[in-house]
Design a protein around this ligand. Structure first.
Ligand SMILES: NC(=O)c1ccc[n+]([C@@H]2O[C@H](COP(=O)([O-])OP(=O)(O)OC[C@H]3O[C@@H](n4cnc5c(N)ncnc54)[C@H](O)[C@@H]3O)[C@@H](O)[C@H]2O)c1
Ligand SMILES: [Zn+2]
Length: 393
């Protein structure tokens, strides 16, 4: 965890003899947007590595594509052979075993409290490594180098981490701002198209609730960015990433630990999606589940009178043109409805479903009583009868 110049705490002794310790911590999380960061002439990553040892955590696909370049970079810049740990971790196995494997490797590599873990990979990799960094010796420094679009604009620049537990998505995790995130869109050049679509779902989430300018860019260039893996048009590619990162950090800055409010714009697309992922046995990827959630939430917004027909259609059309599913036969309305109980428990007794009211603004459906299963049924029937895109899988 990045803690620099933490202000001193305060001890308050009450007349009754109890003590209250108020300790504040300064969190400094640097997010650097750079390109070609594994080129030794780019010292952004090297400059962040302290003199202490480093454990690089990555996954098999990144190791296959980039291991030589990572090793060469570290030797050429910090002149040090760092340990590289490859964990074969996917959503289905995003569990405590992998966290413990990283902690074991950190022990064997002799990591100390001022050492760091550098995670180079998708959201699964950065989440698992960040949880290990938060636990190891009660928290060591973490640098996230995201390599997927979801990573670049969300998981890799966010402050929380989680693993799945007891068949529940993201049940164990911590809020642990990393020391730094390094955002380099050139990693997207090797990313399978399916995962570019997934990242576009997260970007679209932010566009719909907060950034009409981003929505416009996605409408105009999203399908081309998808086809070219963010190579062309480069100006739009850079803008999508910059605006998405900025809007995520703006929301996080207001409530870093999700304590002051259970009404969070960033929860758009994340009410039904945990159920969608779990019910499909994680065959539906996170971004695809977010897309399905966006489609359902937008349709419900329309039924409740918050969102016009025209704007709902723009959202559904854009999802489809970005190669995203709008629904899946792997889920059903009764399952979706039942899953809302867990959401309500997580959101302190309120449903707080985020629904769009226009492009760039949203509102909240606070109580479950404001919805009915028949509304969900109607949304599903209408969405699945649409001819566009991948539609239903
Ligand atoms: N902590 C957060 O705030 C946060 C936010 C959003 C999502 N998440 C989590 O992130 C996860 C989804 O992340 P994801 O979409 O990055 O999926 P992922 O990590 O599973 O990566 C997708 C696939 O792409 C491969 N890959 C990654 N980068 C590549 C590259 N540059 N070239 C080729 N292949 C590459 C991976 O090995 C994997 O097979 C979910 O578990 C979700 O819960 C966390
Ligand atoms: Zn998400």
């Amino acid at each position: 965890m990045a803690m620099e110049s933490a202000p001193p705490g305060e001890l308050i002794a009450s007349p009754s003899g109890d003590f209250t310790l108020r300790a504040s911590t300064a969190h400094l999380h640097k997010v650097v947007l750079s390109t070609d960061i594994l080129n030794p002439s780019n010292t952004v990553l090297a400059d962040m590595l302290g003199f202490d040892s480093t454990l690089v955590v990555t996954t098999p696909s990144i190791a296959r594509l980039y291991r030589n370049r990572i090793e060469h970079y570290l030797q050429a810049t910090v002149q040090r052979q760092s340990q590289i740990l490859v964990i074969d971790c996917k959503e289905e196995t995003k569990n405590i075993e992998h966290v413990l494997k990283i902690c074991q490797a950190a022990t064997q590599a002799g990591l100390r409290r001022r050492s760091q873990i550098v995670a180079i990979g998708g959201g699964v990799c950065t989440d698992v490594a960040a949880l290990a960094a938060a636990l190891f010796q009660r928290g060591i420094q973490m640098i996230k180098v995201p390599t997927t679009l979801i990573g670049l604009i969300d998981a890799g620049v966010g402050t929380k981490n989680a693993i799945n537990f007891c068949s529940r998505k993201s049940l164990l995790g911590t809020f642990s701002p990393p020391k730094a995130s390094i955002v380099d869109l050139t990693f997207l050049h090797s990313l399978p198209i399916r995962y570019i679509s997934c990242g576009l779902a997260e970007s679209l989430k932010m566009a719909i609730v907060a950034r009409p300018d981003l929505f416009g860019i996605l409408e105009a260039t999203g399908p081309k960015l998808l086809r070219t893996r963010f190579r062309d048009p480069l100006e739009a590619a850079t803008a999508v990433i910059r605006i998405s990162v900025e809007s995520l950090l703006t929301e996080l800055a207001m409530d870093l630990f999700e304590r002051s409010s259970y009404e969070r714009k960033l929860d758009f697309g994340h009410t039904f999606s945990p159920y969608v992922e779990e019910a499909s046995g994680y065959a539906i990827a996170h971004g695809e589940a977010v897309a399905i959630d966006i489609a359902l939430s937008s349709h419900l917004a329309n039924q409740l009178g918050f969102l016009s027909d025209e704007t709902m259609c723009r959202i559904l059309d854009l999802l489809a043109s970005l190669g995203l599913p709008l629904y899946s036969r792997k889920i059903d309305v009764s399952g979706i409805w039942r899953s809302l109980q867990a959401v309500i428990a997580h959101r302190n007794g309120k449903l707080n479903l985020v629904v769009p009211s226009a492009i760039g603004s949203c509102t909240f459906v606070r109580e479950l009583a404001d919805l009915r299963p028949s509304m969900l049924q109607r949304a599903v029937e209408d969405i699945t009868s649409r001819p566009l895109g991948r539609g239903v899988n």
